[in-house]
Design a protein around this ligand. Structure first.
Ligand SMILES: C[S@@+](CC[C@H](N)C(=O)[O-])C[C@H]1O[C@@H](n2cnc3c(N)ncnc32)[C@H](O)[C@@H]1O
Length: 266
């Protein structure tokens, strides 16, 4: 029996649902346009996690978008559930499937904070480039923990409130209708994971300085947030990007934006 779905009023209050359904298109989340070696490295890093923990397993892609990180790896999985609250994104995913939806793939239109799923049904849950767009993300983290089997693995990417990227994203939201960010303080990340019964096995940190450009009104941040930084920070040394070495240093990591936590359900 499925879990009772709560939070429908909450869903309608979250501005990102409208933005991701009506303003964004699948082109905003496609990987086809990725050309920098920096972004390519990150995408390969995400795929390596999915390979490692998702092969032969029951998997949940939380906030799957158009399936960019799921579909290329789906053939390795025993089964997959893809959840997103944007009908536009799920329709794009269906189109990207090219053909019928396989029996071992379940698509769910729903909010990550209120999953209509039973507990303990997947071995691996991942949420990539998404959780920092969710208000009260502790709920989504708890849901990720709830649906995992004991011993299962979660790869959850969280965004730090006290980062330069927060200033940039807030401005992009106000001026260009980018998704609204709901970044959380660094010290809340591990607390929320622990409250969800998730023990951190590994943490990978990135983007002390964002490198996706800045809106004109924040021109003075260009030196620390310009796209040109990708070329420098994307240099790899022993398999890791310079960006990661810098963003992981104590105490700089408390101000880095992107943190990937690989956790085990206790
Ligand atoms: C930047 S896209 C990333 C999509 C995908 N994870 C990827 O990396 O290609 C963020 C996705 O999160 C979804 N999303 C945001 N908030 C959500 C929520 N509260 N519940 C479910 N999906 C959500 C959006 O609809 C969008 O598809």
């Amino acid at each position: 029996m499925g879990k009772k779905v709560e939070g429908s009023s909450y869903m309608s209050q979250n501005p990102n649902r409208h933005i991701y359904t009506k303003i964004y298109t699948e082109n905003n989340v496609t990987l086809d346009k990725i050309i920098s070696s920096y972004d390519r490295w990150l995408i390969n890093f995400y795929f390596s996690l999915i390979d490692k923990y998702g092969t032969g397993k029951d998997v949940l892609d939380l906030c799957c978008g158009s399936g960019s990180l799921l579909l290329p790896k789906f053939h390795l999985m025993k089964s997959a559930i893809a959840v997103d609250f944007s009908s536009m994104m799920l329709n794009a995913l269906k189109r990207n499937l090219i053909g019928v939806i396989p029996d071992n793939l379940k698509l769910i239109l729903g909010d990550a904070n209120y999953l209509a799923l039973e507990e303990g049904i997947v071995d691996f849950v991942y949420s990539i480039t998404s959780l920092y767009h969710i208000p009260n993300v502790d709920k989504a983290i708890r849901e990720a923990g709830r649906v995992l089997r004991p011993g299962g693995i979660a790869a959850l990417e969280l965004g730090n409130l006290y980062s330069i990227n927060t200033i940039v994203c807030d401005r992009y939201f106000k001026e260009q209708s980018w998704a609204k960010s709901y970044h959380i303080p660094y010290h809340d990340m591990r607390r929320f994971l622990s409250q969800a019964g998730l023990k951190v096995l590994e943490q990978r940190s990135f983007q002390l300085t964002p490198n996706y450009g800045v809106p004109r009104s924040l021109f003075y941040l260009q030196p620390v947030a310009g796209r040109y930084l990708k070329r420098i920070l994307g240099v790899t040394i022993h398999g890791r990007m310079l960006d990661e070495y810098i963003s992981s240093l104590w105490p700089l990591k408390f101000f880095s934006f992107r943190h990937m936590f690989i956790c085990q359900k206790q």
